[in-house]
Design a protein around this ligand. Structure first.
Ligand code: NAP
Ligand code: ZN
Length: 347
């Protein structure tokens, strides 16, 4: 066992605090990673605060991990000491079901093993990236291409793949009009990636405060959803609306923005149920769908795509003692556009 420094939530309401956790001994297929950077995803906050249901504390969150391989198990073939690597939201899955076999481990029939808040195959609780080291089976470790610095690459492991996967699946590209709702961690990567895929991109944000940034990141248009005229003006105009908002939205209002056959894809994960008037769907053969991260193969594809297009996240690097403040700022939509923890400050 390796005892490592970490930062943990200890209750739904207490501030996160320094702690130590144990990492398992290296099995034959395992890789030991020295974590350099860990992004703060809004899902970390939902989970730590029990928004999605009860969790077991202490809980070390963090599923946007970038670091360096420092040791490999005897059977490891995919990674070597010194490699620049990443770990996202999953650290294992059954490996045998049709989804795992098809490279969609996130939909593993037995349930993928989450990077934190789950039970690993060793029977121990999994603990995430707000720590100095992690041990992960080689198949769930991604290569970070040389063109991407580790700090701006870390958020790609969740925010990048969670937006890349639906943009890819719903065909964002030349001739397609894509709206991204919410310009936070996921949203800003959605804008960059959709633009790089060749789509015409519109940001729908609560206000125009971040308009200049949105246009710089690759958006062609930017509207405030607080202005009711936005919904009138844009009615029936998009092929795809990607909703990244962490709170409940008016689904019918966003469906009304879709052209015939358009899709509203929800990646934002508020705890409350959302209601939908079926006529919003029926009258223009629209779809309302969800999407969860992406498989390992697709995550590597996304990292390679981002490297080729020079797309890293826009980040604010923080020390461990700023994690609680960062949580409050994310909750206040005051993030530009991802907080990334420099894990050397955990030591
Ligand atoms: P984030 O950085 O906090 O961004 C969310 C953005 O939504 C905010 O920046 C804000 O953008 C907008 N927003 C927040 N509260 C709002 C409200 N009450 N009304 C309208 N707009 C609001 O969060 P994130 O890390 O991108 O995560 C977003 C959501 O996706 C979270 O629910 C997270 O759990 C979920 N998630 C899902 C997956 C998946 O696999 N499906 C993966 C990762 C995360 P503006 O200021 O521009 O309006
Ligand atoms: Zn996440």
């Amino acid at each position: 066992m390796l005892t490592v420094n970490a930062y943990a939530a200890t209750s739904p309401t207490a501030p996160l605090a320094p702690t130590t956790i144990e990492r398992r001994d290296l099995g034959p297929h395992d890789v030991l990673i020295e974590i350099k950077y860990a992004g703060i995803c809004h899902s970390d906050i939902h989970t730590a605060r029990g928004d999605w249901g009860p969790v077991t504390y202490p809980l070390v969150t963090g599923h946007e991990i970038a670091g360096i391989v420092t040791k490999v198990g005897t059977e490891v073939t995919k990674h070597a000491v010194g490699d620049r690597v990443g770990v996202g939201c999953m650290v294992d899955s059954c490996g045998e079901c049709r989804y795992c076999q098809g490279g969609q481990e996130q939909f593993c029939i037995k349930g993928n093993i989450g990077t934190y808040g789950a039970t690993g195959k060793d029977g121990q609780p999994t603990q995430g990236g707000y720590s100095t080291h992690i041990v992960v089976t080689q198949d769930f470790v991604l290569h970070i291409p040389d063109g991407l610095d580790l700090d701006v690459a870390a958020p790609l492991l969740c925010a990048g793949i969670t937006t890349y996967s639906p943009l890819n699946r719903w065909g964002a590209g030349p001739g397609k009009k894509v709206a991204v709702v919410g310009l936070g961690g996921l949203g800003h990567m959605g804008v960059k990636i959709a633009h790089a895929m060749g789509a015409e991109v519109t940001v729908l944000s609560q206000s125009l405060k971040k308009q200049e940034d949105g246009l710089r990141l690759g958006a062609d248009h930017y509207y405030a959803t607080s202005n009711p005229e936005t919904f009138e003006k844009l009615a029936g105009s998009f092929d795809l609306v990607l909703n990244t908002v962490s709170a409940a939205i008016d689904v019918d209002a966003y469906l009304s923005l879709l052209a015939v056959d358009g899709a509203l894809v929800n990646v934002g994960a508020p705890p409350e149920p959302l209601s939908v008037n079926v006529f919003s769907l029926i009258l223009a053969r629209r779809s309302f769908a969800g999407s969860m991260i992406g498989g390992i193969r697709e995550t590597q594809e996304m990292l390679d795509f981002c490297a080729a297009h020079h797309l890293g996240a826009e980040i604010e690097v923080i020390g461990a003692d700023q994690i609680n403040e960062a949580y409050e700022r994310v909750l206040a939509s005051d993030v530009r556009y991802r907080f990334v923890i420099d894990t050397s400050t955990l030591s």
